[in-house]
Design a binder for this molecule. Structure first.
Ligand code: DGL
Length: 272
């Protein structure tokens, strides 16, 4: 089916999901929006996150997407069901696939999850994990500075190393699985792995989500069948196009991305 898949995040974090989508679903066309101007969502009140998420969903629906991926744990934790109720296309969040992969990966049942303040406060991961296996021991830790490091393109700097190692130092030593419960965090993956040690399995919830997207495209029979069409992925940001393009081209390892600015606050509201 020749319609794009929509991806949304509060900023550049959802690009970690897009990178995986480009790998696992090379024939699909992607439309992405990052609400960089209002990032971070993590410390915001729930009602605000729901409103911003609906605005992004509305924007993408106007682009005639066939499926929506909420590539943001914070938005998924508070708004997934609300968005689902309003749309007629399939809507996928990042929390369930990440939790599922962690349950599969752990051997000693000691799992930790790191995420934004909003995601950790919602308890969405701990709840989902315990529904799957009530014997799990789950430690949840908010890492409020990680997103700021990534959005400022500082992932390769000493500041990043310091912030990651100091924040993660409090994690229990007996965990064998750590869920990266924020789509920004895979950009800090090497630093996170160094901080927790090589014995801990890192779960990238975004990458797990793409496997689910792939299965759903098959289930609904809406996968892109044409193999020779040129794909025109489109990226939108509510913030600086230049900074977004720099981070995106670097992370996705592509040049000349089509990045445009959009102002969601002045966009006509189509009230989903
Ligand atoms: N990337 C987002 C997530 O997965 C959140 C970043 C933010 O705080 O805006 O939770």
């Amino acid at each position: 089916m020749q319609r794009p898949i929509g991806f949304m995040d509060s900023g550049v974090g959802g690009l970690t999901v897009v990178k995986e989508a480009m790998k696992q679903l090379p024939h699909e066309e992607i439309i992405y929006i990052g609400d960089t101007a209002r990032c971070p969502y993590g410390p915001r009140p729930k009602e605000e996150i729901i409103q911003y998420t609906l605005e992004m969903a509305d924007f993408l629906v106007q682009k005639d997407i066939k499926m929506l991926v909420i590539a943001c744990n914070t938005a998924t934790s508070v708004a997934l069901e609300i968005v689902r109720e309003k749309l007629t296309i399939p809507v996928i969040g990042v929390i369930l696939p990440g939790a599922r992969a962690a349950v599969k990966a752990t051997k000693n049942k000691n799992i930790a999850v790191i995420g934004t303040l909003g995601t950790i406060k919602s308890d969405a991961y701990a709840h989902t994990l315990h529904v799957k296996d009530s014997r799990l021991s789950v430690t949840s830790l908010a890492c409020p500075d990680f997103v700021d490091v990534v959005e400022h393109d500082q992932a390769q700097t000493p500041r990043a190393e310091k912030v990651v190692s100091e924040t993660l130092a409090v994690l229990p030593k007996n965990i064998d699985t750590l869920i990266l419960g924020c789509t920004h965090y895979p950009i800090l993956r090497t630093l996170i792995q160094n901080a927790v040690g090589p014995a801990v399995t890192l779960i990238d919830s975004g990458a797990e989500t793409v496997s689910e997207v792939s299965a759903l495209l098959d289930d609904y029979g809406i996968g892109e069948l044409s193999r020779d069409k040129t794909r025109h992925h489109q990226f939108f940001t509510t913030g600086s196009e230049k900074l977004f393009a720099e981070i995106a081209e670097n992370w996705l390892e592509v040049s000349q991305l089509s990045v445009a600015h959009v102002d969601l606050e002045t966009e006509e509201n189509h009230a989903l």
